[in-house]
Ligand binder design. Structure first.
Ligand code: KIV
Ligand code: ZN
Length: 564
C-alpha cells in the first residue's frame, strides 16, 4: 500500500507538541475521573435508526441508574425531537437532583438562543458550545481565519452568558469544545480557551468551566494525545477554575488507551458512550475505561454490577449488537475454549481462597483478570466445550451445572468421551450434552451386567462381617450369588468374582452427596483396576451410599466389557 502522492507525502505523523519534561509517563492513575455520557447525542446521531423519544427516555433512565452525573441529552436546536426531549425531561421533572443534563450547540446565534429556550425552567444544566479550531476545518469547511474564529467563540460565549444570567433560578454551566482539538495548533487552542474563559467571566473552583478537548477524529497515537493534554494544562492560566475533559473517538482503535493516557496527563473528565457507539468507529467505550479502572481497584462510582442487563438494554434500544469479544460485555469475555486455559481456570478457581495469602489480592485467577460475578456474569458460562477443550473444562462444567465432583483420575477418561462427541458433531458441546455423555458412558453404560438387587446383611455374631447376596442378570440370564466380606462393598466384589467376572481390584473410591435432606442422593466414583494395572471408572447413584458404590462397580464392569 503506497502512502506517497506525486510531491507531498500522502500521510505523516502529526507534529508533536514540545514537552521534553512530560510527567504523565511516570504517573499512576489512582482516582476516578468525572464521567459524561454522550450516548444520547454523539451516540444517537450515529445510529442507523436514531432513538425514538420513548427509547431516549429509557436510555436516559439507564444512564442515571448507572450513575452518570453529566448526560448530554440532545442537540436541542438541531431537531424538533431533540428540543422536545429536553423539554420533556425538564417539564416532567425526570432529572435526578444531582444530574446535570447537557445540550450541544454550534456557535451560532439562533442555535444558542434555541438551546437556552429548551433549557427554560431547568434546575441545573450545561450549555455545550463547540467550534472547530483546526486549520483543516477553518480553511476547508468554513472559510474562516483564526481571528474570525476567535471572535465567533467570544461572541457566542458572551451570548450564552447573557442567556444564563437571565435564568437566575437555574444553575447553568458552560462547556466549550474546540472541535478537532487534536488537529488544532495547540497555541491557538489555548488562545481560544483563554478568550472563552474571559467571555464567560464567572468560572470558579466550585462552578468550573469545562474545556472539552476532543479527538474528533483519532489522528494521533495516544502518547501524543497525552502530551497535548499535559501541555494544555500547564499553559492555560486558570487551571484551578476549569475542568479538562477528553472526548476521544476511536478511528485508530486506540480511544481507550488515549483516554487513559490523557487521564495520566491531567484530564479530569471523560466523555464517551456505552460500548462505544458514536460517529464512524465510535466514541470511547466508557464501559471499558470504567471497568479497567475498577479492575485496578479504583472506585469509579459507575455501577456495572449487572452489565449483561445494561448490554441487553443498549442492544435492544440501538438495534446494534455488541461484539462477542467486546471487553467486559462480550459473550466470550468469560469463556475459555482451549483445554489448557480451562484447566488453569479450574485450578485457579479452586485455589482462589488461597489468593489473599499468596498474592495479597482477593482475586487472582489465570486468564480472568476480573471476577465475572462483579459484573453480574455467571460462572456457568465460564467454560465452553469444543474439540479444543480439555478434561479440566469438562469437569468444571459438570461441577458448576450439576454439582458432580469428578475425581481427577477419572477426568482423562471423561475428557476422551466428550472429545469423541465434539469431534463427531463438529461444534461446541452444550452443558446438557456433556451431562448426557457422563450418564451414558459412566452412570448407565450398556453391557452384559444388570443389577437386580443387592442385599448386604450383617453377621449375627461378628459385626465386622457382611453376608452379601446379589441378584444380577448377565447377558439377560438372572443369577443369584452370595459371598462374604468385611464390608458391603467387599462382599459385593467377592460375589461378583464368584460370577466369573474379569479380575479387578479397588484401592480407593470417591463418594459425594448431591442435594439435601430427603432429596439427597449419593454418588460413587469407583476405579476398577484390572490385572494389567489399567483403570476403568464406573459411577453409581442411589439414595444409599453402599448401593451407589455397588452400582458403580456394575457400571465399571460393563465399561470393561465394552472396552474388551
Ligand atoms: O467529536 C467531537 O468533536 C464532538 C464535539 C461536538 C464535542 O462530538
Ligand atoms: Zn464526538
Amino acid at each position: 500500500m503506497s502512502t506517497k502522492q506525486s510531491q507531498a507525502p500522502k500521510y505523516a505523523l502529526p507534529p508533536a507538541v514540545d514537552l521534553p519534561d512530560r510527567q504523565w509517563p511516570s504517573r499512576t492513575l489512582d482516582k476516578s475521573p468525572l464521567w459524561c455520557s454522550v450516548d444520547l447525542r454523539d451516540g444517537n446521531q450515529a445510529l442507523p435508526n436514531p432513538l425514538s423519544p420513548d427509547q431516549k427516555l429509557e436510555y436516559f433512565e439507564l444512564l442515571c441508574r448507572i450513575g452518570f452525573k453529566n448526560i448530554e441529552v440532545a442537540f436541542p436546536s438541531a431537531s424538533r425531537d431533540d428540543f422536545e426531549f429536553t423539554r420533556r425531561l425538564i417539564e416532567e421533572k425526570r432529572i435526578p437532583s444531582d444530574v446535570f443534563i447537557m445540550g450541544l450547540t454550534q456557535c451560532r446565534t439562533h442555535l444558542i438562543d434555541r438551546t437556552f429556550e429548551a433549557f427554560q425552567g431547568i434546575e441545573r444544566g450545561i450549555a455545550h458550545l463547540y467550534l472547530a479550531t483546526s486549520e483543516l476545518h477553518m480553511r476547508q469547511v468554513f472559510d474562516l481565519d483564526r481571528k474570525r474564529t476567535l471572535e465567533t467563540a467570544v461572541k457566542s460565549v458572551e451570548q450564552a452568558r447573557r442567556l444564563a444570567d437571565a435564568m437566575p433560578e437555574s444553575d447553568i454551566r458552560l462547556e466549550f469544545s474546540p472541535e478537532e482539538f487534536t488537529d488544532t495548533d495547540p497555541e491557538f487552542a489555548v488562545e481560544v480557551c483563554e478568550a472563552v474563559f474571559n467571555a464567560w467571566g464567572k468560572a470558579s473552583a466550585e462552578k468550573p468551566l469545562i474545556f472539552n478537548l476532543p479527538a474528533t477524529v483519532e489522528r494521533r497515537p495516544p502518547n501524543q494525545a497525552a502530551d497535548l493534554i499535559e501541555w494544555f494544562g500547564r499553559k492555560f492560566s486558570h487551571r484551578d477554575k476549569v475542568l479538562i475533559s477528553v472526548h476521544c473517538h476511536n478511528d485508530q482503535g486506540m480511544a481507550v488507551a488515549s483516554t487513559e493516557l490523557c487521564l495520566l496527563a491531567g484530564a479530569d473528565r471523560v466523555e464517551g458512550t456505552l460500548f462505544g457507539h458514536g460517529e464512524r468507529t465510535g466514541n470511547v467505550d466508557l464501559v471499558t475505561v470504567a471497568c479497567n479502572l475498577f479492575s485496578r481497584g479504583i472506585d469509579t462510582s459507575l455501577d456495572f454490577s449487572n452489565l449483561s442487563e445494561v448490554a441487553e438494554t443498549v442492544e435492544r434500544l440501538t438495534g446494534m449488537p455488541i461484539y462477542y469479544r467486546q471487553p467486559y460485555a462480550g459473550e466470550y469475555v468469560f469463556t475459555a475454549f482451549s483445554g489448557s486455559h480451562q484447566d488453569a481456570i479450574n485450578k485457579g478457581m479452586h485455589r482462589l481462597p488461597e489468593a489473599p495469602e499468596k498474592f495479597g489480592l482477593g482475586w487472582r485467577v489465570p486468564y480472568l483478570h476480573v471476577d465475572p460475578a462483579d459484573l453480574g456474569r455467571q460462572y456457568q458460562s465460564l467454560i465452553r466445550i469444543n474439540s479444543q477443550s480439555g478434561k479440566g473444562g469438562v469437569a468444571w462444567v459438570l461441577e458448576q451445572d450439576y454439582g458432580l465432583e469428578i475425581p481427577k483420575a477419572m477426568q482423562p477418561e471423561l475428557g476422551t468421551a466428550v472429545q469423541r462427541l465434539s469431534d463427531r458433531v463438529g461444534r461446541e458441546v452444550t452443558s446438557a450434552e456433556l451431562h448426557k455423555v457422563f450418564e451414558d458412558e459412566f452412570l448407565n453404560p450398556d453391557g452384559p451386567y444388570e443389577l437386580v438387587g443387592y442385599w448386604p446383611r450383617p453377621d449375627d455374631s461378628d459385626p465386622t462381617q457382611i453376608h452379601g447376596e446379589i441378584r444380577i442378570r448377565v447377558d439377560g440370564e438372572e443369577k443369584t450369588v452370595t459371598a462374604d466380606g468385611n464390608g458391603p462393598v467387599s462382599a459385593f466384589v467377592h460375589a461378583v468374582r464368584a460370577l466369573g467376572a474379569p479380575e479387578f481390584s479397588i484401592d480407593d473410591y470417591h463418594e459425594q452427596a448431591i442435594g439435601k435432606g430427603a432429596e439427597a442422593r449419593a454418588m460413587a466414583y469407583v476405579p476398577l483396576k484390572q490385572s494389567g494395572g489399567k483403570v476403568v471408572f464406573g459411577v453409581g447413584s442411589d439414595t444409599n451410599i453402599d448401593q451407589a458404590a455397588v452400582r458403580a462397580i456394575v457400571s465399571g464392569l460393563n465399561r470393561m466389557a465394552k472396552k474388551e
